[in-house]
Design a protein around this ligand. Structure first.
Ligand code: G
Ligand code: G
Ligand code: MN
Ligand code: NA
Length: 254
């Protein structure tokens, strides 16, 4: 059984779903957002992780229709929550590098926003440093187009790539998401603490919001709160949840 061969049919058969992992603000820990993460509900294999099929989708080019599905699904979900009267939260989606290079990406996103009626301020794109640095000049233009649409832009896995500080200033982004590898040993490894603390301070001075991902322990939250980190996300609060469970999670909070 090859996963790749089934991908095209899986898109047609709507075998994918989005799960939602809460993002909470410090120090109150109220839910202020969520990251949408794709899952493949495979008829024979059950839930397949994106680590297994996103690379295949990238190779085959199917990431383009799949990525479009993700954005449309996320926007419809935002509208659904709105119609149900839930407090507005920001929803982020991950882009892949091939998708980011797609020539008509901005038009496609604009079309979905118009079709779904979503307030663009509540849609965030998570981009990686390597994605942005491949063609930094073109990235800056693309990011400006997204900003004109009203979207929020975030650098994911921050600290693992090689974006220079000068570029960080040139990219019109709003959020830095500190990679979970730095969060893991926080409070244990002094060097890591120094890096996280410096990253948060730098983000502040650039007027960027900081979120830490991969938070699993209370001690990590305490350390991050002490460094003035604004938001956290991780298994300590919740794993990524199907939409019904996510709504329950939000309602438990209030
Ligand atoms: O949710 P999980 O930890 O299994 O995700 C594994 C990887 O797959 C992560 O790097 C995540 O960013 C990526 N991923 C999850 N959903 C999407 C998606 O919709 N599009 C892209 N391009 N990557 C995704
Ligand atoms: O690459 P990206 O940051 O988009 O990856 C998101 C992935 O991280 C999701 O697939 C999710 O399952 C995983 N994840 C979320 N919270 C935690 C956590 O607290 N610990 C670990 N190890 N992984 C997490
Ligand atoms: Mn992400
Ligand atoms: Na990440």
């Amino acid at each position: 059984l090859t996963l790749g061969g089934g991908l095209r049919k899986a898109i047609e058969n709507e075998e994918f779903e989005l799960h939602y992992q809460p993002k909470v603000a410090l120090p109150d820990e109220n839910v202020v957002g969520a990251e949408a993460l794709i899952r493949w509900n495979h008829p024979d294999l059950g839930m397949v992780s994106p680590d297994k099929f996103i690379p295949l989708a990238e190779e085959s080019g199917l990431i383009l229709p799949l990525g479009e599905w993700v954005i449309r699904r996320a926007c419809r979900q935002l509208q659904e929550w709105r119609e149900l009267g839930y407090p507005a939260i920001c929803l982020s989606v991950n882009l892949s590098s091939r998708q980011f290079m797609q020539a008509d990406l901005v038009d496609m996103v604009q079309g979905i926003l118009e079709e779904t009626g979503v307030d663009p301020a509540y849609l965030e794109l998570e981009l990686t440093e390597s994605m942005l640095m491949t063609d930094a000049k073109q990235s800056i233009e693309k990011l400006h187009s997204f900003r004109e649409l009203g979207l929020t832009l975030s650098i994911d896995d921050f600290g693992t790539g090689y974006s220079s500080l000068s570029y960080l200033k040139k990219f019109p982004i709003q959020t830095l998401k500190i990679d979970r590898s730095f969060i893991h040993d926080i409070g244990i490894d002094g060097d890591n603490d120094a890096i996280v603390k410096a990253t948060i301070a730098m983000a502040k001075s650039l007027n960027l919001k900081v979120i830490a991902e991969g938070v699993e322990h209370r001690s990590q939250v305490n350390a991050l709160g002490g460094y003035d980190c604004q938001e956290v996300q991780g298994f300590l609060y919740s794993k990524p949840l199907p939409s019904d469970d996510f709504v329950q999670f939000m309602q438990k909070q209030v």
